[in-house]
Design a protein around this ligand. Sequence first.
Ligand SMILES: NC(=O)c1ccc[n+]([C@@H]2O[C@H](COP(=O)([O-])OP(=O)(O)OC[C@H]3O[C@@H](n4cnc5c(N)ncnc54)[C@H](O)[C@@H]3O)[C@@H](O)[C@H]2O)c1
Length: 259
Amino acid sequence: MSTGRLFGKVAMVTGGGAGIGRAVSLRFAAEGATVVVCDIDDDRGEETVRMARAVTDTVFATHLDVSGETSWGTALDTVLQSHGRVDVLVNNAGLAYRRPLADSPLAEWRDLMAVNAGGTFLGLKHVTTAMARTGGGAIVNVASAAALIGVPGMTTYSAAKGAVRAMSRVAAMEFAADGVRVNSVYPTSVRTGMVVSDARDTGVSVEEFLDAAGALSPLGGIAEPEDVADAVLFLASDEARFVTGAELVVDGGATAGVA
Ligand SMILES: NC(=O)c1ccc[n+]([C@@H]2O[C@H](COP(=O)([O-])OP(=O)(O)OC[C@H]3O[C@@H](n4cnc5c(N)ncnc54)[C@H](O)[C@@H]3O)[C@@H](O)[C@H]2O)c1
């Protein structure tokens, strides 16, 4: 259902070619935004555009490797030349590995930190500057409940998401005077391709993984990508005009306490 909550806004969504990023892109498009789907996988990005075209022609795809500063410069130039401004950025692209700390290769740490933390760092660095020039905007960083609680096997991932959490607060402080709001969301397991790799790394079937993940939530089950997209939409919209530096947990109550 569209209520035009992002009418007239230009939004970049990283990792918009799948999972949560795709759900965010489609939700934003339905709410009237011009959406630029930014993904390292061009085929996936174009697939999101095709899906959106069923309801709107204001969705476009551009190549972006969030871990590369040159790639950010090129993608942002493309967006500014085509659309003149960026009002919303969703730093969503991410990878996940589950591995006991003692077995974790340093190369994996570097790889994951470069995408999950470095990608958010670069997005904040480049896009806040562009937003400040046009009077402000809203940034939503997709972190994870793994930044809030200890999840065995997720040292590297948790460290990267902890960095996203810290950066979100600092950026909220640094850019408030420019009218740029920066908030972050914290899902537990969400039904995307990442769950499949999580199950593989844990050594269980996807069904077993989903059962175990769902049992952690007092509300029962796991989140759908659209549940996260709705939370992101609120923070990106003008309804959150007075909200910055906030942390929105989307976890069915899993981290609220012991049921
Ligand atoms: N699925 C979950 O259970 C879950 C839970 C909490 C947080 N998250 C976070 O949500 C975000 C999205 O996860 P998802 O489950 O939708 O993942 P996904 O694997 O379904 O999709 C990730 C997308 O990011 C893209 N991507 C990967 N590396 C990239 C790069 N370097 N540059 C640009 N794009 C890149 C991929 O091509 C893909 O389209 C991630 O930051 C993830 O850590 C996911």
